[in-house]
Design a protein around this ligand. Structure first.
Ligand code: ADA
Length: 564
């Protein structure tokens, strides 16, 4: 399953990951179901290195010769070959990429080969030994679709809330459509954008040969309902590309009408001040690694709703779009972040660091722009924002985000506290603080002191999120002494942390570290029993620890908004 809804009625689509593929590594071959992680194949539990995945596909007979191969995620480096010829490559497990194939005879059969690699080397600035696993494999779906020579590359819809009319909320939208012309001659046609009950047209759309071109329009007076966590009402928008009056391509997007604004101290969703009760979540599962099936994603989100959470932080990389589709549907707010965790200045000086981060940000925002659940973009968790060089990298990435999407606020989860040199830039300040675990300062004092400093730096009240608090517990280990790593200690620590934040009243919400226990890369040195990060309120198989009910009780004391 690629998306939670049908994205086209004109293209012929085939999900290539709906069949067994040949897997080859270490001179051994076997047939495997995809998407999956190599680490879930018996005998490969600790494998690091290369593997090849092979399948065949038939060019649909409806095709005019141009096909689009869309990879939602290959971990972490992919080289793609069709009939033995190299057709493209991609770095980063967590963002999608596409390859356009030309002159494919309708009905012809082809061999598709993907060489994947999860090695750590100087060619990989972001996948490094770390406090999470960089798995190997085709870990998200692969889609094959027919496209016209000129096709719709993406459509971005930005909701605009018009003045309150007295009869309810009035919405308009700014729509951007990118067309890609893979043909040899100039494309000339028209674009229609269908909102419920209303059509808007861009006449005279011209795209030069082998170029992409962006077209914009304002769609006003829309007949749509607002999206919110309480009423996650979604709107389908169909964009049709016409050539000489004939529809040659279409792209169905699904979005939700809501605004996110920063005003003084508040993060306003549709004008109401949010209070975040969230969890940080790695895409990780004891059985499936990072290739989490749709039903298991849904299982996670149902647990989060049961806990009373209203938000997920996709620590520390962009997530599978299906997961975001589910968040849109269930009204769960998302902090989505680019891929990076805990990189030192030396690691940030890797010559590939800036490009790999930029690619990740561009691919993330281009693909995920229309998800109403995403209310904020984050970058560079716990990297070196306390050094001038590190801070300059942050500034460039913050500027890039703003140039790609000015409609959402930006943030970063920092652990440098008063040494943070980037404090003035992001609209929302966020810090990972960990009282009761890595130090003994009381939560309420720590948070209040940090907020006082932030107010001085920023000349007044500002949105402030605690992006990580938490404590470790080994599932099933109960201890009368309530020592660290026992479920008893974790439950008490989380209660003190959450109560402390409720009391200090200075933050706009918080994220617990973390939803589930997650695997740590073996090469990473960390004081991590089981080579796992054990701070989940459920373990890697989603078994509840004592802390689960404690968090649930505490979350039930607060709503989705800061009242008063
Ligand atoms: C950091 C980091 C997380 C995780 C956590 C921990 O704050 O952002 O990825 O490593 O600490 O468990 O210590």
């Amino acid at each position: 399953m690629v998306r939670a809804f049908q994205t086209t009625t004109i293209r012929v689509q085939q999900e290539l990951t709906n069949q067994l593929w040949e897997f080859e590594a270490q001179k051994e071959k076997r047939m495997v179901a995809l998407p999956s992680c190599v680490e879930s194949y018996p005998g490969y539990e600790n494998y690091r290195g290369k593997a090849v995945f092979r399948t065949t596909f038939r060019a649909p007979k409806e095709s005019g010769g141009t096909l689009r191969l869309c990879f939602k995620g290959v971990s972490h480096t992919a080289e793609v070959f069709v009939d033995g010829t190299f057709v493209g490559s991609h770095y980063n497990a967590y963002t999608p990429f596409e390859i356009v194939l030309k002159d494919m005879v309708p009905g012809s059969i082809h061999c598709l080969e993907v060489a994947a690699d999860n090695s750590y080397s100087e060619k990989s600035a972001l996948h490094v030994p770390n406090d999470y696993e960089s798995y190997l494999g085709i870990t998200r779906p692969v889609l094959l679709e027919t496209v016209a020579d000129c096709f719709i590359e993406w459509v971005h819809i930005t909701p605009i809330r018009d003045a309150f009319s007295g009869t309810g909320e009035n919405w308009s939208a700014r729509v951007e459509v990118s067309l890609k012309n893979t043909g040899e001659s100039v494309f000339s046609g028209a674009v229609q954008i269908h909102f419920p009950g209303k059509v808007f047209t861009i006449e005279d759309a011209k795209v030069l040969s082998r170029r992409s071109q962006i077209f914009c329009l304002e769609a006003d007076d829309l007949l749509v309902e607002s999206w919110s966590p309480e009423n996650p009402c979604l709107t389908m928008v169909r964009t049709i590309l016409l050539c000489r009056g004939k529809a040659i391509d279409d792209c169905v997007e699904r979005t939700g009408f809501r605004t996110v604004e920063i005003k003084g101290k508040e993060i306003l969703l549709n004008g109401r001040p949010l209070f975040i009760k969230g969890f940080c979540r790695h895409e990780d599962h004891g059985l499936f690694g990072c290739a989490i099936p749709y039903t298991a994603m849904d299982y996670d989100l149902n647990l989060l709703l049961d806990l009373g959470a209203n938000s997920v932080r996709t620590s520390h990389y962009p997530n599978d779009e299906l997961f975001l589709d589910l968040c849109d549907e269930k009204g769960i707010l998302v902090w989505e972040e680019n891929h990076a965790r805990g990189l030192s200045e030396e690691q940030m000086r890797n010559p590939l660091f800036e490009k790999q981060c930029e690619d990740c940000i561009r691919e993330m925002i281009t693909a995920h722009y229309n998800h109403p659940s995403i209310y904020i973009w984050g970058i560079l968790n716990e990297c070196a924002n306390h050094t001038p060089y590190g801070a300059s990298c942050y500034e460039k990435q913050f500027a890039l985000i703003k140039s790609l999407d000015a409609s959402r606020p930006r943030t970063t989860a920092s652990c440098r506290f008063k040494l943070d040199l980037t404090v003035h830039t992001p609209e929302v300040k966020a810090y990972n603080i960990y009282p009761e675990w890595y130090h003994d300062r009381r939560t309420e004092e720590f948070a209040a002191d940090l907020y006082q400093w932030l107010k001085e730096q920023c000349d007044g009240e500002i949105p402030f999120i605690i992006s990580e608090i938490g404590a470790g517990a080994i599932y099933g280990w109960r201890d009368n002494r309530r020592t660290k790593w026992s479920e008893d200690y974790q439950a008490e620590a989380l209660e003190k942390q959450i109560r402390g934040l409720y009391q200090s009243e200075c933050c706009n919400g918080f994220y617990l570290w973390q939803f589930c226990d997650t695997r740590v890369s073996e090469e990473w040195f960390g004081p991590r029993p089981r080579t796992m990060n054990n701070k989940g309120v459920v373990d890697e198989l989603r078994r509840k620890k004592l802390a689960y009910d404690v968090v649930k009780r505490l979350f039930s004391e607060k709503g989705n908004y800061r009242e008063g």
